[in-house]
Design a protein around this ligand. Structure first.
Ligand code: AMP
Length: 283
């Protein structure tokens, strides 16, 4: 398949990226974290500040939020295949006419199309000198995971987890500014602890005043479509968690709340430090 051949060309790019092993005790990871996983920069060549990470997790869990924050912190691109699909839909690219119904019904785009879109994006990045990435929304099937594993050595797969009733509320509360592209959420989650399950509080992530009148809702964020996307996640993507777990690459991360609680904890688990965050907190 031509698209896969193009992705396979990534092998030369990724094989040049050294990795080092980080054990869960070194990163102070919770007991459910994978025993070992790898991250950049490599000790033997710190000039290659590259990570190749994947974010897994149900729709609405916050993959985009945390992948984008980590991409800023680690200076690697955040590549969301959902964004590639939406860009293709908005263009008159070769796949746009096929995609709209699939996405609006919450179904997965074919492996061939998604690999072609991703391969194009990775190729463009390579031409600009990109040396790593944080993938969000890919792989979503075992076949995609096998193809990716065949051409790269993914360092780490972060599996974000949140209870399902919260996922639904978060998807329904999601808003996007159609001018600046910013992602916001108007849902205010306040679930009390019950029957041994912990409570969870997530404040809304409100837009600045100048985005207020420009907010739009994704066409696939309706209740029926979100439920279908969750069903498809369990059927098609959950096996991908096991794929990476069995390779010692999966880091399970239960979100304890909104960004103020979750971000520092995620950084701690990853043994990373956000100096910018500390500076703004101290200001
Ligand atoms: P997302 O923004 O990640 O929720 O993705 C939006 C939609 O794009 C999904 O519901 C799928 O239709 C499509 N999509 C994104 N990534 C993939 C993928 N890796 N495989 C198949 N379809 C995808």
């Amino acid at each position: 398949m031509a698209a896969i051949t193009r992705l396979a060309k990534r092998a030369s790019f990724v094989s040049s990226l050294a990795t080092r092993t980080l054990t869960s005790s070194q990163v102070n990871a919770p007991p459910h974290a994978a025993a070992t996983f790898r991250r950049f920069p490599p000790r033997d060549n710190p000039s290659k500040r590259c990570v190749q990470w994947v974010f897994l997790g149900c729709p609405g869990v916050g993959k985009g939020t945390y992948a984008s924050r980590l991409s800023n912190l680690l200076a690697v691109p955040h590549i969301a295949t959902g964004d590639l699909v939406r860009d293709e839909l908005a263009s008159s690219g070769p796949f746009s006419s096929k995609l709209s119904d699939i996405v609006n019904q919450g179904q997965l785009v074919s492996d061939e199309i998604i690999i072609s879109l991703l391969s194009k994006r990775l190729g463009a990045g390579e031409a600009k000198g990109e040396l790593g990435f944080i993938l969000d929304g890919f792989p979503r099937t075992i076949k995609q995971a096998e193809i990716l594993e065949g051409v790269t050595d993914i360092d780490l797969v972060i599996n974000l987890k949140l209870r399902e009733d919260v996922l639904l509320e978060k998807c329904l509360g999601r808003r996007i500014c159609n001018q600046c592209g910013g992602n916001f959420n108007v849902a205010s989650i306040d679930i009390k602890a019950e029957n041994g399950s912990p409570g969870i509080i997530m404040a809304p992530l409100l837009p600045p005043v100048n985005c207020m009148s420009k907010l739009i809702t994704r066409s696939d964020d309706t209740e029926a479509v979100v439920k279908e996307r969750l069903r498809i996640y369990h059927e098609m993507t959950q096996p991908v968690e096991e794929f990476y777990r069995s390779r010692g690459k999966l880091l399970e991360f239960n979100l304890p709340g909104g960004i103020p609680e979750s971000w520092p904890k995620l950084l701690q688990v990853l043994n990373l430090d956000d100096c910018e965050d500390k500076r703004s907190a101290a200001a």
